[in-house]
Design a protein. Sequence first.
Length: 124
Amino acid sequence: MSTSNVMPIVSNEEVINEKVINEEQWNYNDPNHKPPFCTDYTEMHLNDDLDDEILRITVGKNGCNFKKITETNKIAYIFHNKERNKIEIWGNKNKFAKVIKQINNHLDYATRVINTRTNESTQK
């Protein structure tokens, strides 16, 4: 009888490159779920000339786009800090590249929407 080198997968854990990384569990509905968090942190600097409407579309109504990115990626929090002109991200640092790419995709989409609106209004 041979023994297997298969490692059991425990709930709330993710296997990446044959390493087990604990997944944090966040209670997004808890009223105390507010930054700062005891987890990794990064931020995205936004261009100073970025249109406010582009940011509103990117964040989404009541933050729905940021909430979707946050919950889909199981990170702690995404916040647009208007005073610092940055998007702040808390969560597992291994997920930051994917999260930033998703935010940039939303920024690109919002930019296209605004440019289309502007072009249509100037053609009338």
